[in-house]
Design a protein around this ligand. Structure first.
Ligand code: ARG
Length: 458
């Protein structure tokens, strides 16, 4: 039986299956690099403060580096008997350098240690997420620039509403991602805090220097309250919330892509690399990647809910419940990074069926507002114009026509002020390009929007 690091006050053997339940090593091993980084900073500080001798600190630090190398080379044995990554590393260190390895934990607890690891890990991952969001924003902007001439139906209630530029539609996602990136960046200020030196709960009697370890680890500041330091998980909740929101945005875009690629719409094609076939139906080309992103957004939101429930009602300070803070965030980080990358690839390689879109926007009633606005310009009150056009649409539906197919006489039967110039106004292109109010879908307005977006990418 291996001796436990905390085994002093215990008698009898521990039960393997209970140990397995208690252990977190199978998932917290991904923290090893951060754990060792934190320990090296701690040992460095202990030496500078005269708590460890130079020789002891040197043995500990080179021992820790050797443990890291062993791990990278697949030589480190991880065991549930040592519960988690912190104790597995300590055990490996002691095996390597002997009893002196046991001095590393002076003035420190696993409670501030695990919190330090998590802060370092999340800070790094949030920086990756921000980079991935930026790449996707660039791809969206490029797609919008390339296709500035393409008009598509704009929907409300998934009913054709008004024609819009494809660029305008896709740029809406640029701005969502812009806000997502900002949220992550702003959250860094709360993630970038060092809990190290808080001890188990109340600080330590040793003359440690928390600013020094914070500095060595690249943290901007330290937690001011040791009890807060070891029990705070707000930064995990906040990160999960930010991840969930990006995933929801990606899910909405996925849903649109799935619809655009349906045979019914046929607006776009995804490249073969981002689709899959059916095991039974030879004709199928399925948008599985988009569907997976949509599905995965459920999991990340689930992780957020799980984390909120985890801390609800937890008294200060550390409780073992908090070991459950890891799997959800680890999984959410992998999921959001993967989803951002896949979405990026999907958008980079999609092609637009321009002829289909052109036909689609000419064969619908999405120019009805145009006709109503036209009447308003002739002095008709909007409410009245709305009613006149509604009746004209009904007439068209009954006779299997669109507004552009009506002759002037038919128009005039409904309102005498309609003249020959109405036909130009009914073109989707005219309808789009007249909407140059700021933030509107007119080509000039969209170009102005893209300029703003471009400036943000610099
Ligand atoms: N594996 C533990 C966790 O992730 C480390 C902290 C354990 N602390 C303790 N007092 N049992 O939360």
């Amino acid at each position: 039986m291996t001796k436990k690091a905390w085994g002093g006050r215990f008698q009898g053997e521990s039960l393997g299956w209970v140990e397995a339940f208690n252990a977190s090593i199978h998932f917290d091993k991904i923290l090893i690099e951060k754990d060792i980084e934190g320990s090296i900073a701690h040992a460095t500080m202990l030496e500078k403060k005269g708590i460890l001798s130079e020789d002891e600190a040197e043995q500990i630090i080179s021992g820790l580096k050797a443990v890291m190398e062993d791990f990278n080379a697949g030589r480190m044995e991880l065991s549930v008997q040592h519960e988690d990554i912190h104790m597995n590393v300590e055990r490996a260190l002691i095996n390597k350098i002997g009893e002196v390895g046991g001095k590393l934990h002076t003035g420190r607890s696993r409670n501030d240690q695990v919190a330090t690891d998590m802060h370092l890990y999340i800070k790094e991952q949030v920086e990756h997420i921000i980079e991935s969001i930026n790449s996707l924003k660039k791809t969206i902007l490029a797609l919008a620039e390339e296709n500035i001439h393409v008009i598509m139906p704009g929907y409300t209630h998934l009913q054709r509403a008004q024609p819009v530029l494809f660029s305008h539609h896709i740029m809406a996602y640029f701005w969502m991602l812009q806000r997502d990136g900002e949220r992550f960046r702003e959250s860094l200020k709360r993630i970038d805090l060092s809990p190290l030196g808080a001890g188990a709960i109340s600080g330590t009697t040793f003359d440690i220097d928390r600013e020094m370890t914070a500095d060595l680890l690249g943290f901007s500041d330290i937690y001011q309250n040791s009890m807060d330091a070891v029990s705070d998980r707000d930064y995990i909740i906040e990160t999960l919330s930010n991840i969930s929101l990006v995933m929801i945005h990606l899910s909405r875009l996925s849903e649109e892509i799935i619809f655009w690629m349906s045979e019914e719409a046929n607006f776009i094609q995804l490249s073969d690399q981002f689709t899959t076939g059916s095991s039974m139906m030879p004709q199928k080309k399925n948008p599985d990647m988009a569907e997976l992103i949509r599905g995965k957004s459920g999991r990340t939101t689930g992780a957020l809910m799980g984390m909120l429930m985890l801390v609800k009602g937890l008294p200060l300070t550390y409780n073992k419940d908090l070991q459950e803070d890891k799997e959800g965030i680890f999984d959410a980080v992998t999921t959001v990074l993967g989803s951002l990358e896949i979405m990026n690839g999907m958008l980079e390689t999609l092609s637009i069926n321009e002829e289909v879109l052109e036909e689609t926007v000419s064969e619908d009633f999405s120019n009805a507002t145009e006709l109503a606005d036209y009447l308003v310009q002739k002095g008709v009150p909007f409410r009245k114009a709305h009613e006149v056009v509604g009746k004209l649409v009904l007439k068209c539906i009954h006779s299997g026509k669109y507004l552009k197919d009506l002759n002037l006489e038919e128009f005039k039967q409904h309102h005498s002020s309609i003249e020959d110039d109405i036909y130009d106004q009914l073109y989707p292109r005219t309808s789009v390009d007249r909407r140059n109010s700021r933030g509107g879908t007119g080509t000039e307005a969209v170009i102005a929007q893209m300029k703003r977006a471009e400036a943000l990418l610099k």
